[in-house]
Design a protein around this ligand. Structure first.
Ligand SMILES: [Zn+2]
Length: 315
């Protein structure tokens, strides 16, 4: 009787712990297109986004395009700036190719060469900092035009000991950033602030949406992965987003920790080239996937402004 009571107690405690774990909202923040050297040059060689992240003391994963590093004339300065990121204690370093090529456009050979070229320098800097590059993110999250292409590159990445890094949430920060930078450059401070607010709101809405999908699909909070970029709008607004998420109960975890969630072991049923969230890729009912994607908040009401600026300013 005592042992039965004991085992019931163990079951009760396990359930309590499980309920507690699945009630906890968690997210890993990931930043692509690092290092944005031309932006740092404009800011007097400051790495404002990195400084803010260090102040917030949260783990972050970065994905380096080495081409950005080699674009800049002063190699010594650019190496120091890249080193600043790599050496940062709470940072996981991943790779994102050299030239940001689109696998679905260039094919296996060219893409494999671009992946290898993209790690040459950062691998050495990582070794100096006691880190290794284990994670890879596809530019444009373009995994190949069909299942054959997707599995071919999967084998190449396995041979390079690289793990494909998914994301679950993004909020078109590249679009908001282009509009934001334009307003900053044209001294339209109020318009810039309005776009900053719109980016924050769109991001929080996307978190709420993906969280509701998580509960609907998995009956718990999955460990989310947020994707954004090393750009001006994140230097100015990502800290606000992080504080708002923290106030909503989110814990910030490392990429490795997030990927330990069993959802990331699921099969990818999406064999097209578009860069959609992994939450949709895990759905094998195409009609249901399309229905849910249509319902998602997308912030696309700002897209015509982005396109207009693209055509007139070369942004
Ligand atoms: Zn990118």
């Amino acid at each position: 009787m005592v042992s039965r009571r004991l085992s019931l107690m163990v079951v009760f405690l396990c359930n309590a712990v499980f309920a507690n774990i699945s009630a906890q909202k968690m997210v890993a923040i990931s930043i692509d297109d690092v290092p944005n050297i031309s932006l740092y040059a404009q800011d007097g060689y400051k790495t404002l986004l990195l400084d803010s992240l260090e102040e917030l003391a949260i783990p972050v994963a970065i994905f380096i395009n080495e081409g950005l590093f080699f674009d800049f004339d002063d190699k010594k300065v650019s190496e120091q700036l890249l080193e600043r990121w790599i050496e940062s204690e709470l940072l996981t370093v991943g790779t994102h190719t050299f030239a940001h090529t689109d696998y679905s456009k260039v094919g296996l050979e060219v893409f494999r060469d671009d992946v290898i070229k993209g790690m040459l320098h950062s691998q050495r800097l990582c070794a100096d900092a006691g880190k290794t590059i284990k994670y890879f993110r596809f530019p444009y999250n373009s995994l190949g035009n069909d299942s054959i292409e997707q599995s071919a590159i999967g084998e190449v990445l396995d041979s390079l000991h690289l793990t494909t890094t998914p994301f679950t949430i993004e909020s078109s920060d590249w679009m908001f950033n282009a509009i934001y930078e334009y307003y900053i450059k044209t001294d339209s401070t109020e318009m810039a602030a309005a776009i900053g607010d719109a980016y924050v709101n769109a991001t929080i809405k996307n978190f709420m949406w993906m969280d509701s999908l998580s509960i609907g699909q998995y009956h718990r909070h999955i460990k989310q992965i947020y994707l954004c970029h090393d750009n001006t709008i994140n230097a100015d607004y990502l800290p606000r987003i992080i504080n708002m998420l923290r106030n909503q109960g989110y814990l910030f975890v490392s990429l490795g920790d997030a990927l330990n969630d069993s959802v990331y072991q699921q099969q990818n049923y999406y064999h097209k080239k578009w860069g959609i969230s992994w939450v949709y890729r895990w759905m094998n009912n195409e009609a249901e996937r399309k229905r849910l994607m249509k319902m998602a908040p997308d912030g696309m009401e700002y897209y015509p402004v982005y396109e207009r600026l693209n055509n007139t300013t070369g942004y």
